[in-house]
Design a protein around this ligand. Structure first.
Ligand SMILES: NC(=O)c1ccc[n+]([C@@H]2O[C@H](COP(=O)([O-])OP(=O)(O)OC[C@H]3O[C@@H](n4cnc5c(N)ncnc54)[C@H](OP(=O)(O)O)[C@@H]3O)[C@@H](O)[C@H]2O)c1
Length: 390
């Protein structure tokens, strides 16, 4: 082990797709990273199994009703890991001073409180939970600055932009950010063809292997909409200077367009380990296990305009940025409810944007200065969207 280089990681959402990719990097670099804390929502057996493998100091099951099962399971394994539960357990773990880095990889607004907790504790945060920054972007950026935390985008597009921006972090000379979108599994389809889409079809992404919620977001293009909001806050760029271009091969992960005509792109295989590795080791680079691009066999790289008639979620996200205040929180909450209903077979695929649009139009505008107000908007939007679906 090289002294002084070991990072202690609190992995929120350890049982998920980003969680698993992070653990592969930990396995690859045991001399650099150790897991001090990990969480899951309901997958209790998976969490106990991970504790057996990584022996963290703390483990949290977000579903509090499973606390006893976690405590007993850890005991039965003879592990000294402290069991925690619920949102408070997640927040305590994110703030615990025995970890220096928090990987925020919970899906949905359920990840907001722990992301803020990590920010208030001045942690180095690898942010995969894009919903945190969509719901409360301005406040999160303020909290990060106020408490001296560091935010590293793990979303591959934002990680790409982070890599292509000037090293000193300024925006001088930056004309546009160009986010690439794979187009999802239904690229080129008409609305009529999407009428009978099933959750299994929507979750079968052509390029990326991801959790079910983000896979559906990718299929509706809402994922790209959330990413536009995320880029707006992370990089302090106005919505007009953030452009989305469809790039089905998912090789160019995003680009920065400079005023002198230079466009810098970050490229690589579509594998989240590249972005996570960069966040974990920044400013160094480490081997991520991702294979290198072979330009001789890569073939064509295509770029096209997104079809916002068939996939209106992207336009809805721009509308939410334009309205500001609680509108992105409302958009995010309505989308989470609609996606869950679709995944459970209660809502057709094409109705997802309808629910989001109706909720956005129905709820009163509120300023985004207070997390409590935003969380209240989130709850109200969930109630409204659920009622519409019923
Ligand atoms: N996967 C990707 O390639 C990718 C790329 C870019 C950004 N992201 C973002 O990263 C985040 C995670 O995505 P993912 O694909 O890894 O999702 P995922 O595979 O569905 O995993 C989600 C994780 O969050 C936990 N979780 C779910 N609901 C929770 C709740 N209510 N409270 C606390 N924990 C909860 C899950 O626990 P259980 O397993 O117990 O349910 C699991 O550990 C999302 O915000 C997504 O947008 C993902």
């Amino acid at each position: 082990m090289r002294p002084g280089t070991m990072k202690s990681l609190c992995l929120l959402g350890a049982s998920g797709s980003i969680g698993q990719s992070t653990l592969k990097l930990v396995d690859q670099h045991p001399d650099r990273f150790r897991i001090t804390a990990m969480s899951a929502h309901t997958q209790i057996d998976a969490l106990i199994d991970l504790c057996r493998r990584y022996r963290p100091l703390q483990a949290c099951i977000a579903d509090s009703s499973l606390f006893t099962a976690l405590r007993d399971g850890l005991r039965a394994e003879g592990l000294a890991t402290t069991p925690l539960a619920g949102s408070e357990g997640l927040q305590d773990m994110a703030a615990d001073n025995r970890s220096d880095t928090v990987i925020a990889a919970i899906v949905g607004a359920a990840g907001v409180a722990s992301t803020f907790s990590a920010a208030r504790a001045g942690k180095r945060i690898l942010l995969a939970n894009k919903e945190s920054i969509v719901l409360a972007g301005q406040l999160l950026m303020q909290t990060v600055a106020e408490y001296g935390a560091q935010l590293f985008p793990v979303d591959s597009e934002h990680n790409a932009i982070f890599q292509c921006l000037p090293a000193h972090g300024g925006r001088a000379g930056v004309r546009r950010l160009i986010l690439t979108a794979s187009g999802g599994p239904f690229l080129g389809k008409t609305r009529a063809e999407l009428a009978t889409i099933t959750p299994e079809q929507a979750c079968r992404h052509p390029k990326w292997s991801m959790g079910r919620k983000i896979s559906v977001d990718s299929a509706t293009l809402m994922n790209k909409g959330l990413e536009v909001i995320e880029a707006h806050h992370l990089f302090g760029m106005p919505a007009e200077a953030i452009e989305v271009v469809v790039h089905p091969q998912s090789i160019v992960h995003s680009m920065v367009d400079y005023c002198d005509g230079s466009v810098l792109a970050q490229m690589g295989e579509p594998d989240m380990r590249t972005a996570i590795a960069y966040g974990l080791s920044y400013p160094e680079r480490i081997d991520s296990g991702v294979k290198t691009l072979d330009f001789r066999t890569l073939g064509r790289l295509e770029f096209q305009t997104p079809d916002t008639e068939t996939f209106p979620c992207l336009s809805l996200a721009y509308t939410a940025i334009g309205r500001g205040g609680n509108a992105p929180a409302v958009l995010n909450a309505a989308n989470e409810v609609a996606v869950m209903a679709f995944l459970e077979g209660r809502l057709p695929f094409l109705a997802i944007p309808d629910i989001v649009a109706q909720t956005l139009d129905a709820l009163a505008w509120e300023p985004a200065e207070d997390l409590a107000v935003l969380m209240a908007s989130d709850a109200e939007a969930r109630r409204y969207a659920n009622n519409r679906i019923h």
